[in-house]
Design a protein around this ligand. Structure first.
Ligand code: PMP
Length: 442
């Protein structure tokens, strides 16, 4: 192949994907790969869903594109209605974009414009968590706490404060109850707000279940309720980034349902288009939207492809499938099966520290020592070795050497399609186990 396109990986060895069939991707040589991570938690319906394909053909025959500066469209309006029908209390406005970073960028800008409109221009600061990823555009990258992604761009990034993540496996002290631990780390937000000056802070942003920096780490019960209280006490907006964990991945359309909180802004993407089209969305409340509408009249933001009819048509079909086919209940059931199968296969392994997650969003953490939880030397790049061996065996899993407050740790993220069958759970777990054992033996 000629070498004009550049992307994420150094090319050379990348196979050419030519077909998708249910939970499998097939390359040009005919090799089949089980998509154990949905790419990066994207392909929630698998790769050849008949309903989404039909919806896309139908939309293409009628209308491919109409610019939102001139028109709205039936699929975009229907998608907003559908999302709001399932959204947390108080959330009733939708802003459509083309991906996760764009959704986070829009959330940060809307938060800022809101405070300008209501006469609090001094509120501009964002607080986030050290173990987090919110996207790669400059605003979203500034919010994220992923040290290596930020490093070389640091002079371009808006200053953001980072507090501790809620990461029970690593940070709960011996003898500390789960509840006390959750409150202790949530209270770091209050301390940081007070340090910065509450009147200068506009938003706190967090992932309900951390994805790309540490495979599938949910907060402990009570953590987000305390975070909500602190934000309310200080008039700060709560942004929940559900780009990875939202749209059914945890067994609820919005992951924050399980945490018992409603944010002021929610970002979603990945599973919303399920890989059939690139889409993201920012959801917010009438309170915030109305303040902006009453002031400048509109949100000072926008992209050419927002609300694209083809993209919205795909997302409508995805949501329809999730709801009508009862896939949320299936995610909870198969997620519990996957967790049990991982525990049975790897739970006693001397180098598996933690197996966790919610629904079909699971993480496996590798450690050099189970007792001390010491991670492996990052130079070993164990996560990358697991990915390579799994890929060779025909399994796609998402590796990461996430930053844990300065330490490195190796994690494998699993996010298979919601249609995963029991036998495929066995296939996933046995291939993953083989790859982990092989990587540790090398
Ligand atoms: N937020 C979170 C929580 C994510 O996981 C990601 C992508 N991994 C993003 C934002 C950025 O999304 P995108 O890659 O679609 O820009």
């Amino acid at each position: 192949m000629p070498d004009h396109l550049f992307g994420r990986s150094t090319k050379g060895a990348l196979p050419v994907a030519v077909r998708g069939e249910g939970c499998y991707l097939i390359d040009a040589a005919g090799k089949r790969y089980f998509d154990g991570s949905g790419g990066a938690a994207v392909s929630c319906l698998g790769h050849s869903d008949a309903g989404v394909r039909a919806a896309l053909h139908d939309q293409l025959d009628r209308l491919a594109f109409a610019h939102t500066g001139f028109f709205t469209s039936e699929p975009a309006e229907a998608l907003a209605d559908r999302l709001i029908a399932h959204a947390p209390p108080g959330i009733d406005r939708v802003y459509l974009v083309s991906g996760g970073s764009e959704a986070v960028e829009a959330a940060l800008k809307l938060a800022r414009q809101y405070f300008m409109e209501i006469g609090q221009p001094q509120r501009h600061r964002v607080i986030a968590r050290r173990q987090s990823y919110h996207g790669n555009t400059l605003g979203a990258l500034a919010a994220g706490g992923n040290a290596w992604r930020r490093a070389q761009f640091a002079p371009l990034l808006v200053e953001t404060s980072h507090i501790a993540p809620c990461y029970e496996y690593r940070d709960r002290a011996p003898g500390e109850t789960v509840e006390a631990y959750g409150l202790r780390v949530a209270d770091e937000l209050e301390a940081e707000i007070n340090r910065l000056g509450p009147e200068t802070v506009m938003a706190f942003i967090a992932e309900p279940v951390v994805g790309a920096t540490a495979g599938a780490v949910p907060a402990v019960p009570g953590y987000f309720r305390r975070i909500r209280e602190i934000c309310d006490q200080h008039g700060i907006l709560l942004i929940l980034d559900e780009v990875m964990c939202g749209m059914g991945r945890t067994g609820h359309l919005f992951a924050c349902e399980e945490d018992g909180v409603a944010p002021d802004l929610i970002t979603i993407a990945k599973g919303l288009g399920a890989g059939y089209q690139p889409i993201g969305a920012l959801l917010t409340s009438g309170r915030i939207y109305d303040a902006v509408a009453a002031g400048s009249g509109f949100f000072q933001h926008g992209h050419t492809y927002m609300g694209h009819p083809m993209v919205a048509a795909a997302a409508n079909a995805v949501l329809e499938a999730i709801v009508a086919r009862g896939l949320l209940a299936r995610v909870r059931e198969q997620g519990a099966r996957l967790q049990a199968a991982l525990e049975a296969e790897l739970g006693q392994h001397p180098h598996i520290g933690d197996i966790r997650g919610r629904g079909l969003f699971r993480g496996v953490e590798l450690v050099a020592d189970r007792e001390t939880k010491a991670p492996f030397d990052p130079a070993l790049k164990l996560h990358a070795r697991v990915k390579a061996l799994a890929f060779e065996a025909g399994l796609i899993c998402y590796p990461m050497g996430g930053t844990i407050d300065g330490q490195r740790g190796d994690h494998i993220l699993l996010a298979p399609p919601f249609i995963i069958e029991d036998a495929q759970i066995d296939e996933l777990v046995s291939k993953l186990s083989g790859a982990i054992r092989g990587a540790l033996a090398a």
